[in-house]
Design a protein. Structure first.
Length: 247
């Protein structure tokens, strides 16, 4: 009876192992990673595209335009105190006059139509504005320069981030290549151990150990695939286009 249960347990273990190997084969076929290195777009192309599609850099450039408009407004601010005024009057003018010559006196009432007008230019410049004028212009110019510097800083930050992500993607690809080869070697080893186990050459403890090692290799490979895809998608999102990978 004990011998029967021993044979039955071995049969179940072999069945489980066969299913594991088939699952591993399916995983490899689904991922279809051949272990070769993909060719990515040139680094400079990715950097230029990331700079072009950066929403933050676009905001910085618009801010430069705002500051430049502020500077132009500041330059013509003095015209706020410059003005032109005019006045015109039209109507009837009545005049009354009296003339006395000895015992004789006379008076006269005259009505005339008259149009009067005046025109002038004035400027009123407050003392505070006159004294602070130079500082206001300097401040406006500094704000423009600050906006330009922030845009350049953002561009440099994008460039550095792209370089880091690009190199990280290359590293993830190499690690995926290593994991793929390790899993391939593990599969071959597992198949050999499986044959030897069926022939009674390999003990069940060794067979279980090799099975666990192969399962760990598969887990490492899956993690490497996920890391590679994540790194690729992050860089694609920053660059604004999907990489067409070629071997």
């Amino acid at each position: 009876m004990n011998k029967f249960f021993h044979v039955l347990s071995i049969f179940c273990l072999v069945s489980i192992s066969l299913n594991t190997i088939q699952a591993q084969n399916q995983v490899l076929e689904d991922n279809s990673f051949k272990g070769s290195l993909y060719k990515f777009p040139p680094l400079q192309v990715v950097i230029d595209s990331a700079i072009k599609h950066s929403a933050m850099l676009s905001f910085r450039k618009h801010h430069i335009g705002v500051m430049e408009s502020t500077l132009k407004s500041e330059k013509i601010y003095w015209t706020k105190h410059l003005g032109i005024q005019g006045e015109s009057k039209y109507g009837n003018i009545n005049s009354f006059s009296t003339d006395t010559d000895g015992a004789v006196s006379s008076s006269a009432l005259a009505t005339t139509e008259q149009f009067n007008y005046s025109f002038g230019v004035y400027i009123k410049f407050p003392v505070y504005d006159f004294i602070n004028r130079k500082h206001q212009l300097k401040l406006a110019k500094l704000e423009v320069e600050e906006a330009i510097s922030m845009a350049e800083f953002t561009k440099e930050e994008i460039r550095q981030n792209v370089i880091r992500l690009y190199q990280d993607l290359i590293l993830k690809q190499k690690l995926l290549q290593i994991r793929s080869r390790s899993l391939g070697d593990g599969r071959v080893n597992m198949e050999m151990v499986e044959k030897e186990f069926r022939n009674g050459v390999v003990a069940i403890s060794e067979y279980v150990r090799i099975t666990n090692m192969t399962a760990n290799l598969e887990a490492d490979f899956e993690k490497a695939v996920a890391d590679f895809i994540t790194a690729k998608q992050l860089l694609e999102d920053m660059a604004g286009f999907v990489f067409g990978l070629t071997d």
